[in-house]
Structures are given as structure tokens and as C-alpha cells.
Design a binder for this molecule. Structure first.
Ligand code: GZL
Length: 309
């Protein structure tokens, strides 16, 4: 042990690989799969020692993972918080252990903003606004059609679900033509999205003109339900969703989905770079946003070959 200690002491501090403990939400969607792949490949390319934990969408598993990273004395803790609240205690433990914390993808609501050094992720309120703006413009061009909207919300209490709902509602507020008639969580998964859409169709049937889904996976599940009900997704019921994953482009090419608002999952390089700066004691921005666009069906064929996730 003494020899090993001597060896470690002999290695200049900057030569030891950076160790990041990362707690991921789960594997609930195509978006998440791409996000995980980006983080793992960026860590590999940078020679970072990545300890990766999948929480199966349960907050208690993320708290456990963070506690284990503290016990292992990792250099940096990073995580995508499944929900916004309930993090103060475990983040205070990380602070007491002098381990910096970086948030990726989703935000937290904490009493003390010094509990994390940086949040790298999208502006979900703007994503909700972009989805609604597309619908407002569609309505102007189709004055004779109805716009009764059913909404499939993301995971209850998650930043993307809360913010995408708020952004969308902000833009349609005061517009008598656009009305949300049902809204329920589909937990960001295809299976739940299909199940909830089946319930919407049972209770509202032909009264539904639009589906607004907080992610493409729920939209893809809902599309199956719409077809099984004998209706045409993308025509009888407009389908508006968020993420921009491959499945959404394929659905647009089949005329079953009308627009997807991009939410960039490729955060790995920015996470690794930020962690390296933090480890070197360099300042980092508190908020790092990502560039993203809006892809209506008419550009799907041209854009599809460029998609990276
Ligand atoms: C958004 C991310 C959301 C995606 C979903 O940054 O947190 O979680 O929109 C994913 O597909 O499940």
C-alpha cells in the first residue's frame, strides 16, 4: 500500500484522469438513449473515468447514486434530475464533501444556487412556445378547421414537463381558436403515450383535432392509438411534438407527424469540457444553453440525412 501511495503521490495531479460520477434519469426515450451515448463517448474520447448510474426514472435511485459518488470521492458529480424538487439535502452533502455538481439536461429548484456550479441544457419554455407558434400559424392558414388540443405531458414534476406546458400555454393564451380540452402525463414513454391517447380518444373521439406531446416518444405511441381508432394522424389529428429524434422524422416522412421542435441531447462534449474546467479551478458559466431548431414535415426529407440522433 505504501508503494502504491508513493506511486500515486509521484504522479503529477493533472495526470490523474478526471473521475466524473454521472446519474442518468433512465432509458425512457430515444432522446435519453442519444443523451447517454453522447456522455459516454465524450468521456471516452477525453480519457475521463466515468462512473455511470441509470436511475430507472426514480429520484431515490439518483439520490443513492449521488451518495455513492460522494463516498467514492469522485472529482465531479453530474446528473440529469428526473424531477425539479427534493435535491437540497443530497446536494448539501456533496457541497460539504467539496465535490462540485454539474446539472445536465434538466434543472432543479433549490434554496441555494451555490449547490451546483453549472446547468447545461435547453430552454424548455421556449420549446413549448415554438410548438404553439407553429400551431398558431397553422390555424391562420386553416380558418375552417377546429383546434381542440389534447396534451400529453412529460414526467410529472420534471422541468421539461412543467416548462413545455407553460411555454405552450403562454403562446395560445387569448386565442379563441386554440383550446386544450384534455391534458395528462404520458411520462415521456411510447407505451404510456399510447395508453393515455387511447383514453383521450375514448372520451373525446372526433372532438380531438390536435395532439401536443411533450416528446416524440409519446407522440409515436399516440400515433399508433390514433390509427387503431381508424383516424389519420397528421391529418384528422395534427401531431405536434418535441425532441427531433429519428422516430419523429420517420413519422413525418410517412405524413403522420406534422412538426417536431428540436431538443438537443448531444450534451456530452459540453459536460466533459465544463467538468475539466471546474476540476482545474477555472470559472464556468452558471447556465450553458444549446442551439436547436424547429423541423416541420416539409423539411423532413432534406434534413433527415443530417440528423445525428
Ligand atoms: C429533455 C429531456 C426529456 C426529453 C424526453 O431535455 O429531459 O426527457 O424531451 C426525455 O424525451 O425522456
Amino acid at each position: 500500500a505504501a508503494a502504491a501511495f508513493a506511486l500515486a503521490a509521484a504522479i503529477p495531479a493533472h495526470a490523474k484522469p478526471l473521475t466524473i460520477g454521472f446519474s442518468q434519469v433512465g432509458a425512457e426515450s430515444e432522446w435519453r438513449t442519444a443523451n447517454t451515448a453522447s456522455i459516454k463517448s465524450a468521456a471516452k474520447q477525453a480519457g475521463v473515468n466515468l462512473k455511470f448510474a441509470d436511475a430507472q426514472q426514480r429520484q431515490e435511485n439518483q439520490v443513492k447514486a449521488i451518495r455513492s459518488f460522494i463516498a467514492q470521492r469522485v472529482d465531479v458529480i453530474a446528473f440529469s434530475p428526473v424531477v425539479e424538487s427534493g435535491w437540497d439535502t443530497v446536494l448539501r452533502e456533496a457541497k460539504a464533501a467539496k465535490i462540485p455538481v454539474i446539472l445536465t439536461d434538466r434543472a432543479v429548484k433549490v434554496s441555494d444556487p451555490s449547490l451546483y456550479v453549472s446547468f447545461i441544457g435547453s430552454d424548455f419554455v421556449e420549446e413549448g412556445r415554438r410548438a404553439a407558434r407553429w400551431l398558431v400559424e397553422h390555424q391562420k392558414k386553416n380558418p375552417n378547421r377546429g383546434y381542440n388540443i389534447v396534451e400529453l405531458q412529460g414526467t410529472v414534476g420534471s422541468a421539461p414537463a412543467l416548462d413545455r406546458k407553460a411555454g405552450f400555454a403562454e403562446v395560445i393564451a387569448g386565442n379563441p381558436k386554440l383550446k386544450i380540452i384534455r391534458s395528462q402525463t404520458g411520462d415521456f414513454t411510447r407505451a404510456k403515450g399510447k395508453e393515455v391517447m387511447e383514453a383521450f380518444l375514448k372520451s373525446e373521439g372526433k372532438n380531438i383535432n390536435v395532439l401536443y406531446a411533450h416528446n416524440d416518444d409519446m407522440a409515436i405511441g399516440a400515433i399508433q392509438a390514433i390509427e387503431e381508432a381508424g383516424l389519420k394522424p397528421g391529418k384528422d389529428i395534427l401531431v405536434v411534438s418535441i425532441d427531433g429524434v429519428k422516430g419523429a422524422f420517420e413519422a413525418m416522412l410517412q405524413g403522420k407527424l406534422n412538426v417536431t421542435v428540436e431538443c438537443n441531447p448531444l450534451l456530452g462534449p459540453q459536460l466533459v469540457q465544463t467538468a475539466q474546467l471546474v476540476k482545474a479551478g477555472k470559472p464556468v458559466p452558471k447556465r450553458i444553453t444549446v442551439n436547436e431548431g424547429v423541423f416541420p414535415a416539409e423539411v423532413a426529407a432534406k434534413e433527415f440525412p443530417n440528423r445525428k440522433y
